[in-house]
Design a protein. Structure first.
Length: 207
């Protein structure tokens, strides 16, 4: 099985408001992202929460329950990162520890990257299955972006190494095992930290 880890534990200090809960596409940013992931073949999405966890969970349960009719119960699970000041890698590790034993690969997605699409996830999964590579990363104009899909053979490495590098360290340690999947838009390079980033993503949605 392939599972997703959605990173949604940040405090959104630079945005000035909880960015995951900002309006987007008839719902919220995090609801839109989770909805796209759940339209892909992933078996379940594990959402790592921290700051504003009650509000984030409530929004997801409300939105994804209606958007993903037909999904099996439990298609969305929640994991708490106990370290409120933890970095992205700490949330990735929380998600990895929660993955079931039948997991063969993990998709790590950002909770503030609403440009993610189910079609991109489908392409990444197919590439992992057919390329012979254990790591798939989307790239646009020679730049690598998100989300990141990797075989769980890398699990222990991520749990125990790369404290100073994050997942970039995994890519650097295995250059021969990385497949750069050409992305159709620059959206794979962009997340949301500041109000102008949010306005940019709203503009992309309207387009």
């Amino acid at each position: 099985m392939i599972y997703a880890i959605v990173l949604a534990a940040g405090q959104s200090r630079r945005m000035g408001a909880q960015k995951l809960l900002l309006p987007f596409g008839g719902g919220t940013v995090i609801g839109h992202i989770a909805g796209e992931i759940l339209r892909s073949p992933v078996a379940r999405a594990f959402v790592v929460v921290g700051a504003d966890s009650d509000r984030v969970i409530a929004a997801l349960e409300n939105e994804c329950g209606s958007r993903n009719a037909g999904r099996t119960p439990g298609a969305l699970s929640f994991v708490t990162n106990p370290d409120r000041n933890g970095d992205m890698l700490s949330s990735v590790r929380c998600g990895l520890r929660a993955l079931p034993s039948d997991c063969v690969a993990a998709l790590v997605a950002l909770g503030d990257q609403p440009s993610i699409t189910a079609d991109l996830v489908v392409r990444m999964i197919r590439t992992l299955q057919t390329s012979g590579c254990g790591i798939v990363v989307p790239a646009f104009s020679g730049k690598r972006g998100h989300p990141l899909l990797f075989s769980t053979q890398c699990r222990e490495e991520v749990l125990t190494r790369y404290d100073d590098q994050g997942l970039r360290g995994l890519l650097q340690a295995h250059p021969q095992d990385v497949f750069e999947l050409a992305a159709e838009t620059a959206g794979v390079l962009s997340d949301m930290d500041y109000p102008e980033d949010y306005r940019r993503e709203l503009g992309r949605l309207q387009e």
